[in-house]
Structures are given as C-alpha cells and as structure tokens.
Design a protein around this ligand. Sequence first.
Ligand code: SAH
Ligand code: SF4
Length: 428
Amino acid sequence: MNKSDSERIAGILSHFDYVETDVEKEADLLIVNTCSIRQLSADKAYSLLGVWGKWKKTRPELKIAICGCVAQQDKEKVRQRAPYVDLVFGTHNIYELPELIKRIENDEKVCAITNTPVVCDQNDFKIIRKESVNAWIPIIEGCNNFCTYCVVPFTRGRERSRRPEEIITEAKNIVKEGFKEITLLGQNVDSYGKDFKDENITLANLLRKLNKIEGEFRIRFVTSYPSDITDDLIDAVEECDKVCKYFHIPMQSGNSHILEEMNRHYTKAKYYEIVSKIRNRFPDVAITSDFIAGFPGETEEEFQDTLDAIDELELDYSNTAAYSPRVFTKAGKMVDKFLTEEVKYERLNRLNEKNREVCLKSNEKFIGKTLKVLVESKTVKDGKITLNGRADNNKIVHFEDTTKKIGDFVNVKINKAQTWCLYGEPVV
Ligand code: SAH
Ligand code: SF4
C-alpha cells in the first residue's frame, strides 16, 4: 500500500514540475513515506529524518516532508522530534498535496492530518509507476477489524472502497500502457464494496469485470481476511482465466485462544476449513500467510500450535514477525502479559525455521510440472542470460533463455527446487 501511495505522490508532484532524482542529496524536496506496523519501521523513518535534518543545516532551502502511518499517528509530535520538518501529511491527505506543496514553497510549516479523506477521482492525477510489469491498484483503504495488536485502523481509518468504474478505468489504462499484471490492494480486500449500498459491488464481481478487459495480463488481490472469503469469491477466481490461483490469507496464530485474544473473527478449525475448500478447488494453488510470534500471554504450547498449523496446512510461505507493541491498540496495553524480547525472538527463529522447511517442501511439489511464468527481470552472468519471474501461484522461477523478454508469459517446466525459488526450462 505504501509503495502504491508513493507512486501516486510522485505522480501528483509531477503535475507541479517536480521530477524524481536518483541523487538523494541533490533533491529540493525529500519525502519519507512511513509505515508504523512495527516499531522498527517507525524508528527507521525518524533516523532518516535525522540524516536529512543535518543536510538542511547546510542547505536551508531544502524542504523535508513526512507522510504515511507514522505521520498520521504522531501528528504535531513529529516536529517535537524533528523540528526542521516542513510538511507532515497523513494517509488521508495525499490528494491535498497540490495545495500543501504551494504552502511549503512559501516557507510555511504545515501539518495536514485529518481523519477523513479528500474525495477525488484518482484518475485525474498521473501515477508514476515504479515497476514495468506489475501495477498496483488500491481498491479499498482502511480497516474495521481492530485486531488487538494492529495500528492500521488508527492510521488508515475506517474502510472506504473506491468506485468500481474508477478502478476499471485505471485498470484499462494500465493494460493499454503495457503492464502485464494488476495487483488489487487493500488491508482487507474481501470487504470491498461493503460500504456501498449496492450488494452487487463485491470483490468477486469486480474480478469478473476486470477479467473482461481485453489483453494478455493477469490479476492478483491482497490481503484476504480468512473468514471473509466467500464461496462467490472462490467461484470468481475459478471462472476468471486472468485471475491468479493464489491466496494470501494471514492466519496470525494457530491457536484459537490466541486468535480470540487477537480479536480475529475465526477459530483454528474455521481457518483449516477455508484452506481445504480452496485447495480442493485449485490443485496447484499457493496459499501464503502471516504469523506473529510472542503475542502477549502466548504460552509455549500455544506457540507450538502455530508451528503445527504451518505443517498441517502445508502453507506455501509465510511472512513472520515478533510481536511489537503499538500505540492506541488493546494488546499494546497488556503490559503485564508482555513476553521478553528473548522469548519472542527465540520463537520467531523457530517460526522462520519452520517456514523455510515448508517452503522447500512446497517448492519440491512443483518439480516436473509446467508453470506459466511472467518474466519480470533479466540477469546476465558469465555470458549466460537468466530470466526471472513469477508463476501464477506467485512462486519465483528462474530459467535460461535468449529469446524471451521482460513482460513475456512463458511456460516453464520445473526441474529444480530451492527454499525460496524454482528453476526450470522453457517448453513450447
Ligand atoms: N490486513 C491484513 C494484515 C495487514 S498488517 C490481515 O488482517 O491479515 C500486515 C501484517 O503485519 C499482519 O498480518 C501481521 O502479521 C503483522 N503485524 C501487524 N501488527 C503487528 C504487530 N503489532 N506486531 C507484529 N506484527 C504485526
Ligand atoms: Fe490490522 Fe487486523 Fe485490519 Fe489486518 S484485519 S489491517 S491485522 S486490524
């Protein structure tokens, strides 16, 4: 979501003759787009501001801005830590940038943080996309779930869906520009459309509409909330040839008591049911997840349930993190239940070890199979050209070829599997 926001910020600025520079030190305006999902990412943002503040001492005309979740969370307090910052703008204020930029150009110090977004058609602004093959489209912003560990509902606000017509226009433009993959984004994509009064506006129906756009491209969507995945969504994924057979469904914990403490609206059994429903429908599907190690009060036995779940569900890959207390959240206040850093990181290590183990197992299942790979990049080493891409199920695949190029879809027969990737050769 942050990457997508940055592309939109760069696009809006381009309307005001700002161009991106590769040389950070030469920039007239520096913006850090921040994430506050864990303390580490927030700390990184402030340390970057510290470096830029030093530059401003010798170049007072330099303008410094901070946006994203840390800005939304800390508001005016950003300036207590970094008084030299010219502009603080929140996650709802990106589309106010044209005005905000003019104000800081006139040497005003600005803090623009609101709790409601500026309503506009995003297609009125350019988007400077960073990747040449994949294009991000945010379809829903914010979250109503209030998981007890998570700061997102406080930094991104309540759920707001974009109108389907606006998304379809953006998608058509993307395909016309030659992108080969569209990734629909949202903190909880399954909630798409629930804030409209029209029950036909759902993620499933959006996929059906996007699938009708002519051209050779594919569609992904992230992130899914386990118990919100409907049968109609699974039907839509099956019906739509352009939609990847891939689901990212964070489980967070393999223990029902911890899930309840996290305020996740499903049990371990319900999650197992969803995974088996999807696996029964799509033989080569990949299902990936997120897990948190060391949630407040988590016992060793409860943590063991997470390791067991990863094994039993044969998950294809998981993002992992040690629990990080966040401001405003319920779990952040459970101080007497906090585990020590030592326990959290020891569990995280075991979680990562389990993840590596199941990833390799999952990859080995594809040896001998042919996967359709979208080429994303090329590496040349010792005169050998290797093409790198991802299969429909999001597996990373490398193969040698001199005839294909970035953006091509190639059928690749897999002949070797490693923990994080597959190797193969093109077949006709
Ligand atoms: N909406 C998605 C997740 C968005 S946040 C969902 O519900 O699954 C991305 C991931 O960050 C989460 O899945 C979670 O695993 C992790 N995360 C969020 N808050 C965290 C915290 N306080 N400490 C550690 N990890 C956290
Ligand atoms: Fe955070 Fe939970 Fe919302 Fe995901 S569903 S963004 S984890 S509150």
